[in-house]
Design a protein around this ligand. Structure first.
Ligand code: SDX
Length: 429
């Protein structure tokens, strides 16, 4: 590549392709006119070398293990910020002033209740339905209750829908948990902050006062901050693609939830804890490490590896520290699953296979241990991930909708099927 162009030799012709630089990170080769000029597509299943959009929201340096939200390092935001402050930053690009933060908190707080009719919606599910199945259904149904904020061409309606989604996700998640438990739904309380309100809606019961433990609420806030946004991951790309057709934001977020559920993505936190429980004892770790390395065995270490991080996921470090903090606050002296996780990390990080493939713990490796200690069943882990990631999905959707060059996403393909052929009547087959 020279300066601002790259040269492509194809079928005896040389084509100049524009090279663009971002503010930080890798350059991109603009191939928007490639098919028009050469008649050829690029081919990159899994998008390992493909930038799908221009974005100013989040930046990851996978080799250095750095994660920035609007330029601010995740460890600083997790230590000093609260979740709604990070929401404001992701949505509007700057940290809020005190007045802006107070106004944003007030607006979100006054959207936390859901339409009373929605509580009837839950009764259509079996009590033992996976909470992520409930989330896909109920969040998708929001567009049936909030018609006045589905016109994406209206900036005011886009803003209201965004506030509603950020504010109502914890309420719907708590309702999914209560429905699963067979306990009555708890209404949000306007005098509690985002995480404390969520813990109250999940763990309070009408029969007695429930005091939220401030240490656990702070840990919950931090967990939400760690999961808020992460560039063009699978579920965010799903939301962008759904939104590119003009679908309403409730439907787009429901699509993101469905994608996040996969065990290779947000479902890994549930799968990681299930894996640690299956391993059962530190003595069994070597057997599982060998299985993870065996090409003929589909088993993978859940919570390990990442498409972008080829170094330690900075969120995993903070999550590990939070696990110790929560277990300490709850007086859980030794959690066998944490012992297994710590020992597994130690073994894996010295193993040639993991070193060569640059496989490190990711955000999902320690989160399950913390969430289990907070009292959540494993089936709720990805629900909590979705509650946090909703602001990232919304911020990325907003950035796409406000992009004057935005168009519907429509990838092409490398066709390897049959060339044209004529129909054969069944009697002649
Ligand atoms: C999240 O994209 C994001 O940003 C996602 C996320 C976010 O915040 O949105 O960070 C959240 O989804 C974190 C990832 C959670 N998933 C898991 O923990 C599941 C276990 N991890 C793997 O399935 C895998 O690491 C992925 C899916 C996360 C990444 O897969 P890639 O980038 O497609 O890499 P790959 O599967 O091609 O693996 C490269 C090599 C392969 O070996 P070879 O074919 O080269 O011989 O590493 C091996 C893989 O077999 N490998 C693993 C492994 N992960 C990859 N081997 C054992 N255990 C693992 N966990």
């Amino acid at each position: 590549m020279t300066g601002s162009t790259a040269k492509l030799e194809l079928a005896g012709k040389t084509h100049d392709l524009k090279v663009r630089s971002g503010s930080i990170g890798p350059d991109v080769i603009d191939i928007g006119a490639l098919y028009r000029d050469t008649g050829a597509f690029t081919f990159d299943p899994g998008f390992t070398s493909t930038a799908s959009c221009e974005s100013a929201i989040t930046f990851i340096d996978g080799d250095a293990g750095i994660l920035l939200h609007r330029g601010y390092p995740i460890d600083q935001l997790a230590e000093h910020g609260d979740f709604l402050e990070v929401c404001y930053l992701l949505l509007y690009g700057e940290l809020p002033t005190k007045a802006q933060k107070d106004d944003f908190d007030r607006r979100i707080t006054h959207h936390t209740m859901v339409h009373e009719q929605m509580s009837k919606f839950f009764t259509g599910f079996r009590r033992d339905a996976h909470p992520m199945a409930v989330m896909c259904g109920v969040v998708g149904a929001l567009s049936a209750f909030y018609h006045d904020s589905t016109d994406i061409s209206d900036p005011y309606q886009r803003m209201i829908a965004s506030m509603r989604l950020i504010a109502k996700m914890p309420t719907i998640a708590a309702m999914a948990y209560k429905y699963y438990k067979g306990q009555p739904f708890m209404y949000p309380k306007n005098d509690l902050n985002f995480a404390a309100n969520f813990l109250h809606m999940c763990f309070a019961v009408p029969c007695e006062e429930y005091k939220v433990n401030p240490v656990l609420a702070r840990a919950m806030e931090r967990i939400f901050i760690l999961h808020a946004d992460h560039e063009q991951n699978a579920s965010t790309s799903t939301v962008r693609l759904a939104g590119s057709s003009g679908a309403n934001p409730f439907a787009c977020i429901a699509a993101g939830i469905a994608c996040l559920w996969g065990p290779a993505h947000g479902g890994a936190n549930e799968a990681a804890l299930t894996m640690l429980a299956e391993i059962g004892h530190v003595d069994h770790i070597p057997e599982y490490i060998e299985r993870a390395k065996d090409k003929n065995d589909p088993f993978r270490l859940m919570g390990f590896g990442h498409r972008v991080y080829k170094n330690y996921d900075p969120r995993a470090k903070i999550m590990q520290m939070t696990a110790h903090e929560v277990l300490g606050e709850l007086g859980i002296k030794d959690d066998p699953l944490l012992d297994i996780a710590m020992e597994m990390e130690k073994i894996a990080l010295t193993d040639e296979y993991f070193i060569e493939k640059k496989l490190y713990p990711n955000v999902d490796f320690y989160s399950g241990i913390t969430l289990k200690a907070l009292g959540f069943p494993t089936t709720m882990f990805t629900v909590l991930f979705a509650v946090a990631r909703t602001v990232g999905w919304i911020a990325q959707w907003k950035e796409m909708i406000e992009d004057p060059h935005q168009k519907i996403g429509r990838p092409r393909q490398l066709y390897t099927g049959s060339p044209e052929r004529d129909y054969v009547p069944i009697a002649k087959r």
